[in-house]
Design a protein around this ligand. Structure first.
Ligand code: A3P
Length: 330
């Protein structure tokens, strides 16, 4: 990844991106955003102008390493939890469970966010190996150089994603504008208009890639993580090339990882209750907003029967023939 501006070539490249960006923004379809004034549709996906620019920067500057690990998700699908699980599984030899990195740091801090970069792009050359990155971009929006890297993807029942997203967006939305009503959020979500959406197309981009490259993309579901977290940890360990040993099983390492990363544990740590987490140089979010209820099926407290049926209908229609099914959550 390029280090800093300075060379004439780099500056010229950056100017080109700025021009492209300006031109793109003018020509792209736009809609009202959930927390920003607008979202723009680029290559089939809705992005804020800044995130769109970050995508353009990524294509120009990002150089992947074969050992890189990417954590991808749709917003509010369990990213924070999966970050904690991947990090603690991968680094289980480096920390004890009584004095762990995650006791002092929010799980997001262990990953470099690709979607919030500005120029000059952060230099990742000194990052530890494997380098850990996170993204909400659809698979089809990522540079081709990443196809040789490993991806862990998590998806979640869209009804729970919608409710989680609606709560979250109203927290980060400017207080100068009225809150987004659930009816508005529902309508936008169903139309596919939300940051990084449409939800269904974003999920399918990773699902299809996981079928084509099963050794490169581990496709997980939030609901399975809730029901059988230990199974997921073993899968993760094998996927990152550090399968759980018999000795570790006997010592209860898998159970310790699950306990460390549980909603109850993480959400009660001081480090996750106070302060802000910075994503690149663009986004700053209160850490406590990443933990709300952490359950399956909270949508039942918000959606009417008609709303449920409409979302389930869209899901059935979009996923038809793909082989992807969601565990029923009611
Ligand atoms: P709810 O709003 O339904 O509670 P993301 O990390 O992708 O932003 O997703 C946030 C959602 O994951 C929120 O869902 C949050 O409460 C939940 N979550 C965060 N940490 C979790 C954990 N350790 N276990 C289970 N769910 C968790």
């Amino acid at each position: 990844m390029s280090n800093a501006p300075g060379t004439t070539e780099e500056d010229a490249e950056y100017k080109k991106i700025c021009e492209n960006h300006k031109h793109l923004i003018e020509t792209l379809p736009k809609c009202n955003g959930w927390w920003t004034p607008h979202l723009h549709n680029y290559n089939g996906f809705w992005l804020t102008p800044d995130i769109l620019k970050a995508n353009l920067l990524l294509h120009t500057y990002f150089k992947s390493h074969p050992t890189d690990i990417f954590l991808a998700s749709f917003m509010k699908s369990g990213t924070t939890w999966l970050k904690a699980l991947v990090f603690s599984t991968l680094n289980r030899d480096s920390y004890t469970f009584s004095d762990h990195y995650l006791h002092k740091h929010n799980p997001h801090s262990a990953f470099s966010p690709l979607d919030a970069e500005t120029y000059p792009i952060t230099d990742f050359t000194n990052s530890l190996t494997p380098r850990l990155f996170s993204t909400h971009f659809a698979r089809t929006m990522l540079p081709a150089c990443m196809s040789s890297c490993k991806f862990v993807y998590v998806c979640r029942d869209p009804k729970d994603v919608l409710i989680s997203l609606w709560h979250f967006m109203n927290k980060i939305r400017s207080k100068d504008v009225p809150p987004l009503s659930l009816d508005e959020a529902f309508e936008l979500f169903c139309l596919g208009v939300s940051d990084y959406g449409p939800f269904w197309e974003q999920v399918l981009s990773y699902w299809r890639a996981s079928l084509e490259y099963p050794d490169k993309i581990l496709f997980l579901k939030y609901e399975d993580m809730k029901k059988e977290p230990e199974v997921v940890v073993r899968k993760l360990a094998a996927f990152v090339g550090k399968p759980v040993t018999v000795e570790e099983e006997e010592k209860g390492v898998v159970r310790e990882i699950v306990k460390l990363c549980s909603f109850e544990n993480l959400s009660n740590l001081e480090v996750n209750k106070e302060g802000f987490e910075k994503f690149g140089r663009l986004v700053n979010i209160e850490k406590r907003e990443f933990f709300r209820k952490g359950v399956i099926g909270d949508w039942k407290n918000y959606l009417t029967k008609e709303m449920k049926e409409r979302i389930d209908g869209i899901t059935a229609q979009k996923f038809k023939g793909s082989g992807l099914v969601f565990t029923a959550t009611g």
